[in-house]
Write a protein of this length. Structure first.
Ligand code: PLP
Length: 232
């Protein structure tokens, strides 16, 4: 077995154990293999080991892999900050984006989908900075509710609003757990307020904190280092 296959196996097992331990179903949590900075060969190793869901954080890096693999079974998640001028590339290559944080970006993504990928839906998450750290991008709680209320009213074609994403607080377990728990409450509040049954996703947890995230209700964890090793 390749190194990546080994890591995938143990990470999947750990995710299942944590899910069961949190009183959830073993397959409740989707593992997104974060392949940013990794080579095409490394991604192919993961695919050989059965992985189909991948995350990339820049368009430039993603375009060295997605068109080359050209595999409709794969599901690609955009997890980085996106400049709206690159909406076309996301619309053409990704099925999910986790980092919507403005009306302008949502409008550009919808227009790009209508023009370049009109028969498909782009699944969207709003990026939230629940802990309020100044250094981090993302919406506050109130901004999230305001933006979502505009989005629901506009009903932009070819976009589906599916939930919330956040990044944990570096090196602080208690703060990270609180951020994850707050994100879950905010998702529930949005789902109820806007009566959106499909607003059910919580993207939270990376290599260093996905255990906490699963305990707090993550539906997707974004893991790079634990699968592919340290990034250079
Ligand atoms: C890089 C990255 C990850 C993966 O981080 P690891 O610590 O390598 O698991 C997850 N989410 C986002 C948004 C990232 O940029």
């Amino acid at each position: 077995m390749s190194h990546v296959a080994d890591n995938l196996k143990s990470t999947r097992e750990r995710i299942q154990q944590l899910s069961l331990g949190a009183g959830r179903a073993a397959n409740d949590v989707c593992l997104i293999a974060v392949s940013k900075t990794r080579s095409l060969a490394e991604v192919e190793q993961a695919i050989s080991a059965g992985q189909t869901v991948f995350g990339e954080n820049t368009v430039q890096d993603a375009l060295t892999k997605i068109p080359q693999l050209n595999n409709p079974v794969l599901e690609w998640h955009f997890i980085g900050h996106l400049q709206s001028k690159k909406s076309k590339q996301v619309a053409e290559n990704f099925q999910w984006i986790h980092t919507v944080d403005s009306l302008k970006l949502a409008q550009k993504l919808s227009a790009a989908m209508q023009q370049h990928n009109p028969n498909n839906i782009l699944n969207c998450l709003l990026q939230v900075n629940v802990s309020g750290e100044a250094s981090k991008s993302g919406l506050s709680r109130d901004e999230t509710i305001f933006l979502l209320s505009d989005l629901v009213e506009l009903n932009l074609p070819n976009l589906a609003w599916r939930g919330l994403m956040t990044i944990g607080v570096q090196g602080d377990e208690a703060e990270t757990r609180k951020a994850f728990s707050d994100l879950r409450k905010l998702r529930d509040e949005c789902r109820d307020k806007f009566n959106m049954e499909d607003f059910d996703q919580l993207s939270m947890g990376m290599s260093g904190d996905y255990d906490l995230a699963i305990e707090e209700g993550a539906t997707m964890v974004r893991i790079g280092t634990d699968l592919f090793g340290q990034r250079k």
